[in-house]
Design a protein around this ligand. Structure first.
Ligand SMILES: Cc1cc2nc3c(=O)[nH]c(=O)nc-3n(C[C@H](O)[C@H](O)[C@H](O)COP(=O)(O)OP(=O)(O)OC[C@H]3O[C@@H](n4cnc5c(N)ncnc54)[C@H](O)[C@@H]3O)c2cc1C
Length: 484
């Protein structure tokens, strides 16, 4: 039998959409409709309102707003902030740009990356000027300088929602956009459902799709990333690719060549970002079930994730000592939550602790001799500034000096990779207009945030998911006004 192409198979997913055939009854009308209520959607709504659109409707299919944005780790990556300067960190937009391109293996869209890098400081200052301050600053996945500004994501959504309330922008929860409505002049609204009721909602100035990624759509995931089929997902529950499928039906397409990767550092049964550590960026090492290292731990956690799922049983173990635990707790608020119970004498089930490497390895079910040999060998690499096995020379992406693993007690956490988001998606231009294969925009259709492709290329730098949502959300909101 002839194999179907990806496009044909996406067509099948669209064709099985059961809501296709239901007739709508009434048609309320708005200046602009925005699908989603994460950081991208809320930012678009604010920008569109400030640009002059007054009757804006934000649609959220779940009972509560926020999507993945609200459950995220709150890291926003910005270069050249006063917080960096106060810590004597020299950084620049140009360096951030280079890190993005390097990490994306130069497959990312340079113009979109420039927009992100140049505009995120403006979004950052906007948040800070409204009282949302970063709790901390650290170097994380893919960055050659500490530029991951750690915010509280719940407070971020609260702030954005407050800004919508001040502008009297309506948010409807529990309403799912199902299809885009189209007239001769372009996209004119959405067909929606609330429970078993269906209706058309009309929009004078088109529709912004800010409906997030598709990590929770198994059909799309196994089509676009078959190697991710058995990998756990921790994205927002609304991340089902609805907006992506709607745009594909109208002639949009997915930027080719971008990959979907799982992030390494989750506990065995993760459900939220509280189950995720980046302690290897403070000096921990990662072992397989033979007690041996198998990767350069300073690489992007997506790259580590990719390697880790090829290990036997996808089984990996993060090993660190007391010094590294304390360093990481001082750097990343979520790690503080993960590791501080040990200070209170608690023994949470996700990690084991031992006075010696042997004891910790034994408790973790690893061969103690093998683990001890690995640690001794690694410490000698650290002393000699040369890692002949995996060429690790920094804590993360060229930043930070390695530290030995020598201070008792020692900790081992069995760890897996899980999917936090799908950092690929629709082809858009610099105005967030959704493009067709012929390069022309679909009139009245915009996309912002995780639904759009082009920014990350082949890899992902921490803090650029939320950054992308804030920056391109704002751009989409302005564009929907400018092009109306
Ligand atoms: C656990 C976790 C931790 C993360 N940590 C970070 C981090 O620290 N830093 C970072 O930069 N990125 C992080 N990310 C990624 C980042 O959160 C997302 O990429 C980003 O927030 C996406 O924003 P968005 O507004 O595009 O989508 P979302 O925030 O996902 O919002 C989309 C919304 O649209 C709704 N929706 C979907 N379909 C429809 C429909 N048909 N009708 C109506 N509504 C619909 C969804 O329910 C959802 O509420 C993390 C992700 C996860 C899951």
């Amino acid at each position: 039998m002839q194999r179907r192409t990806v496009v044909e198979r996406i067509g099948l997913i669209l064709a099985t959409n059961p809501f296709h055939w239901v007739m709508a009854k009434e048609s309320p009308s708005y200046d602009l409709i925005i699908v989603g209520s994460g950081a991208a959607a809320l930012s678009s709504a604010i920008a569109a309102y400030d640009a002059g659109q007054k009757k804006i409707l934000v649609l959220e299919k779940e009972p509560i707003i926020g999507g993945s944005s609200g459950m995220s780790g709150g890291a926003i990556t910005v270069a050249g902030t006063s917080l960096q300067r106060s810590k004597n960190i020299t950084d620049s937009k140009e360096r951030f740009f280079r890190d993005m391109m390097l990490s994306g293996k130069y497959t990312n869209d340079e113009n979109l990356v420039r927009l992100l890098v140049n505009n995120i400081p403006i979004r950052y200052e906007w948040l800070v000027s409204r009282g949302l301050l970063p709790q901390n600053l650290m170097a994380s996945s893919g960055m050659s300088r500490p530029r991951s500004h750690m915010f509280n994501s719940g407070l971020l959504i609260q702030l954005l929602r407050g800004e919508l309330q001040r502008r009297n922008i309506e948010i409807k929860t529990g309403v799912r956009a199902i299809n885009l409505l189209e007239g001769p002049a372009g996209i004119t609204g959405v067909f929606v459902s609330r429970g078993k009721k269906f209706t058309n909602l009309l929009s004078k100035n088109g529709v912004i799709l800010a409906s997030g990624g598709f990590a929770r759509n198994q059909a799309l995931l196994s089509l676009l990333a078959p190697n991710m089929r058995a990998v756990k997902v921790v994205s927002g529950i609304g991340s089902q690719g609805d907006g992506l499928l709607m745009a594909l039906q109208k002639g949009g397409y997915i930027v080719p060549g971008e990959t979907i990767q799982a992030s390494f550092g989750f506990t065995k049964n993760p459900s939220t970002i509280r189950d995720f550590t980046t302690i290897y960026y403070s000096g921990a090492i990662i072992l397989n079930k033979e007690g041996k290292r198998f990767v350069n731990e300073s690489l992007s956690y997506k790259t580590i994730g990719e390697v880790s799922i090829t290990q036997a049983n996808s089984s990996s173990f993060i090993l660190f000592d007391e010094n590294i635990r304390r360093l990481q707790m001082s750097r990343r608020p979520v790690d503080n939550l993960l590791w501080s119970p040990f200070d209170k004498g608690m023994r949470p089930g996700y990690a084991v602790v031992g006075k010696t490497i042997f004891e910790a390895a034994d408790k973790a079910g690893l061969n103690p001799d093998s683990v001890n040999t690995t640690v001794l060998q690694y410490n000698s690499f650290v002393r000699n500034h040369f890692d002949p096995e995996f060429c690790r020379s920094s804590l993360t992406s060229g930043y930070g000096d390695l530290v030995p693993i020598a201070q008792s007690p020692f900790y081992i956490m069995p760890s897996i990779a899980a999917i936090m988001g799908t950092y690929c998606g629709l082809k858009v231009d610099c105005s967030c207009r959704v493009l067709k294969k012929n390069g022309l925009p679909i009139k009245g259709l915009y996309a912002a945030g995780e639904i759009m492709g082009g920014v990350h290329g082949m890899n992902y730098i921490t803090g650029t998911g939320l950054g992308k949502a804030l920056v391109f959300g704002e751009i989409a909101g302005r564009s929907a006004t400018e092009f109306s």
